[in-house]
Design a protein around this ligand. Structure first.
Ligand SMILES: [Zn+2]
Ligand SMILES: [Zn+2]
Length: 275
């Protein structure tokens, strides 16, 4: 048996896949990607993700509202989140977190006050995910960009009850250690395979073998040799090859560790005794 892997972060509900989703999932299976976790980015996207998880046995859903779309979120997303989270194929909440990469003040006619309003809205939405996660005993898939300090500060009071998976991790080893100290994890994408991904490879090299997961973030971030094309879950294989080399372990060892980590992190992902 060739080693199996999971894609712990893909956006299968995006229109990029609408034409050929069964083929995309079949190619992933053929490449040894045994499970795919598809991630919602708003209410509709979360509902679609859950539908896909109900339709395909190897697909699981994470439901939430992405910080970049916070402006469109309802004042209180918690009731909808609780309802979605009650479904058995929902394995975590997200993606949630903070993203200060693009702020309103970069748009013409906007003022600095727009930035603080936007950040507050993101913070409120993130807090709602953390509260529901804490109430329901779920973990959170965390999107963080240019907002590390605020993200850590917001997670801190919940850290005893909620673990985060800092997805598409691209920060340095010092940041990684602070995240692990909170009981959270990191997760690596195809950036690992990029020529200019040396800093991310160095972070992975410093990450304990049982504290990280692998993901594609499909349809984004296709690994080498597919860079620039649409990414799909089958490409976890290319990411895993580089990750094993960086970690100095065999593909089999990487498979066992990353799948075991994901099986613990995501509720209900672990295979049951009946298979
Ligand atoms: Zn993200
Ligand atoms: Zn994502």
């Amino acid at each position: 048996m060739p080693p199996i892997f999971y894609d712990t972060h893909a956006h299968l509900d995006f229109p990029d896949f609408a034409e050929e989703l069964p083929q995309v999932i079949a190619r992933a299976e053929a490449a040894g990607i045994a499970k795919i976790i598809t991630i919602g980015t708003d209410l509709e996207s979360s509902r679609r993700s859950l539908q896909l998880a109900e339709q395909f046995p190897n697909v699981f859903a994470v439901v939430g509202w992405h910080p970049s779309h916070a402006s469109e979120a309802p004042a209180d997303f918690r009731p909808a989140l609780r309802e979605l989270a009650a479904q058995p194929k929902v394995v975590a909440l997200g993606e949630t977190g903070l993203d200060y990469h693009r702020l309103p003040s970069q748009n013409a006619g906007a003022a600095p006050a727009d930035d603080s309003h936007y950040k507050l809205k993101q913070a409120e939405l993130f807090r709602q995910h953390l509260q529901v996660a804490a109430d329901l005993g779920l973990n959170c898939v965390i999107h963080q960009r240019a907002a590390l300090e605020d993200t850590i500060a917001q997670l801190q009071p919940f850290a005893a009850r909620v673990r985060g998976a800092f997805h598409c991790f691209a920060n340095d080893a010092a940041a990684m250690r602070r995240i692990l100290a909170l009981g959270s994890l990191v997760s690596f994408t195809g950036i690992l395979t990029f020529k200019n991904g040396q800093n991310v490879r160095e972070t992975l090299a410093a990450t304990p073998s049982d504290q990280f997961m692998l993901e594609t973030d499909s349809p984004y971030l296709a690994p080498v040799p597919y860079r620039g094309k649409r990414c799909e879950p089958a490409y976890v294989k290319e990411i895993a090859e580089v990750a094993a080399a960086v970690q100095g372990c065999t593909l089999q060892e990487l498979s066992e560790r990353t799948c075991a980590t994901a099986n613990v992190f995501f509720r209900g992902l672990a295979p049951t005794a009946s298979g």
